[in-house]
Structure formats: C-alpha cells, structure tokens
Design a protein around this ligand. Sequence first.
Ligand SMILES: Cc1cc2nc3c(=O)[nH]c(=O)nc-3n(C[C@H](O)[C@H](O)[C@H](O)COP(=O)(O)OP(=O)(O)OC[C@H]3O[C@@H](n4cnc5c(N)ncnc54)[C@H](O)[C@@H]3O)c2cc1C
Length: 323
Amino acid sequence: MNNGIMVLVEHLKDAIADITFEMLGIGRKIADSLNVPLFAVVIGKDINKHLPELGIADSILVVEDEKLEMSCPVTIADIIKSIFDNKGLSIVILGCTNTTAGVGPILSSKLKLPFLNFCKNMRIEGDSLIITNQLFGGKILSDVKLEGKRGIISINPGSFPADAGKASKVAPVEEIDLSGIGIKNYFKKYIEPEAGDVDITKESILISIGRGIENADNIGLAEDLVGLIGGAISASRPVIDQGWLPLNRQVGKSGMTVKPKLYFALGISGAPEHVEGMKDSELIVAINKDPAAPIFNVAHYGVCGDLLEIMPVLTDKLKEKKS
Ligand SMILES: Cc1cc2nc3c(=O)[nH]c(=O)nc-3n(C[C@H](O)[C@H](O)[C@H](O)COP(=O)(O)OP(=O)(O)OC[C@H]3O[C@@H](n4cnc5c(N)ncnc54)[C@H](O)[C@@H]3O)c2cc1C
C-alpha cells in the first residue's frame, strides 16, 4: 500500500523542535510529488497546544497519555507501527536526534522495512525516491534508491529549511486510541544537566577544541586565545571522553546546542553529531589540516593547516594588535 507519509513530531520542554518543521517541509514536498497525504503524528502529554503549528500536514494524528511525556523508543515504535499498518502508510520520517534516536532500528525490525539513517537529502528522480545519507562522520555521501518507495528515514538536523514546514493552515485532528497498543516502557523523569562553572550556551565566543588538539597540555593554546578575546573553551566529544574537559563543555548531539557570535573550531572534523550543536553560530572559523574535513562545509572562514603551528602565530598577532 502507498497511502501516505508520516512525520513524527518532536517536542521537548513545551516546544516543538525545529527538526519537526524540517521534516514536515521535506515530507510535504515528497508527499506532493507522490500524490499521497502527509500525516503529522504527535505523541505525548498535554500536546493540544502544539497542534496549530502543524497545519502543513493534511492530517494530525494525536496519541496522548500521561506516560508519554518523554519518548521511549520501544513504545514509540509500537505506536508508529500500529498507525502505519492501520493507515497503510509507506514512509516514516523521524529526526536523527537524541529525542527519537533508537526508534528507527526498532521500527525497522517491526515493520520489516529498510531504515536509512543520517539522511541529508531526499528527491524524486523519475519513478524513484532517492535518499542521500551522510556516512563516516559526514565524509561520505551515499545515494540510496528506496525500493518500492517504502521505508523509515531519519533526518539529520539542519539538512532542510525549517520554514518550509510552517503554514498558517489548520489541519484536521484525529485522536488515536491506545487501547490496542499498551504502554509497557516509559520514562519517569527528565533530568537537566547542570551548567557547572561555565554555561557554554550563554557565551558569545567559544574556542572549541577537537581531537586534533592531540593532548591535554595543548589546551593551553586555546586558553591563550580566550585570554585575548574572551569567551570560554568548549569541545567535541572525544576531548570530553578523554577527561580533558568536563561534560558541561561538550557541544553537539549528546552535549549542548550553542549559538555564539564566534565559534572557533580547532582540530574538529565536523561530524554531523558535532555540527548539529554549533551550526547556527553567527561566525564559524575552522582550523583543520585536512582540506576535506566536513567542518569546512559549515565554516565561514577556514584555515587549512596545523593548529599547533597556527595558534601561537595567531595569538602573537592578536597580542601585537592589542598593544
Ligand atoms: C549518538 C552519538 C552522539 C554523539 N554526540 C556527539 C556530540 O555531542 N558532540 C561531538 O562532538 N561528537 C559527538 N559524537 C561523536 C562524533 O560522531 C565524532 O566522533 C566526533 O565529533 C569527532 O570529534 P573530533 O572532530 O574532535 O575528532 P575527529 O573526528 O578525530 O577529528 C579530528 C580532526 O582534527 C584534525 N586534526 C588533527 N590534527 C590536527 C592538527 N594538528 N591541526 C589541525 N587539525 C588537525 C583532523 O584532520 C580531523 O579532522 C556522537 C556520536 C554518536 C554516535
């Protein structure tokens, strides 16, 4: 059957996440090309207030329960499977985010359909639906033809314009009865990470270091720059995992989302999980010795070279200017 496309609406802390509008925008485009309806599926507690924002869909399906305040992958997959089968859908669009990570693979095994992760583009070519996926931390792009135009696709945040998923229309709402599904697993509470000594989400300048900094002693190079231009030091995940900086300094999917005026990326490759957390920075300057590093795709200014050589020169020049 090919009766439609569904988008799983993401919402956290009383707001709809931007990824939802990205998904609705591209979902609308593909649904129109295939001439099938687009469903926005909202799962949660107290979700009615979100519905007016989802008017670009042809229909909004609401699944509401106390226990669904946060998403639990197995439960969400069960709910989506039930909707998918009942409506005879063909495509599920999910966000490749912390909120719904885990749903795609479970759903794939339940529906016996392919799961395409890290999608950054979707297009119709002739009679085929082609999905472009980012592999190996964004270094390889692969085009996959979705067999029978049926499958589960998880979208990398920042891949599509969010504005394309917004409309001032009102879509009909249908409540989905949960009685046949049952909620076996659910989250009990949401625990906010502590900001600690520095809240990197509030800083207007971030000097961010990646694995290219090589060892903890070299963090002094970034500290010298902070001493001159202000701001704070943040980092990619490997730096945190090594224990060189505390967890509250991590930028990215499993860290913080930051939007400073200036973001220095020193020895950071630009994997999608990192870029997700810093792509909206006003000015991004990257130093990396690999000219093909994906960070250069989001940087406004890029320096291809060894940061261990460039940083001392940069700080000397800034000192000169200051004096
Ligand atoms: C579920 C999940 C969640 C994740 N969450 C996050 C997250 O929140 N944040 C995050 O950052 N990552 C996250 N990751 C990990 C992510 O996939 C990457 O592995 C990570 O971002 C890579 O960090 P990096 O760029 O510092 O290291 P690498 O990918 O190893 O890149 C190091 C870069 O430094 C450059 N380099 C090396 N030496 C020098 C030098 N002397 N001068 C200049 N350049 C140099 C290299 O060319 C390379 O590009 C997550 C992964 C998963 C699966």
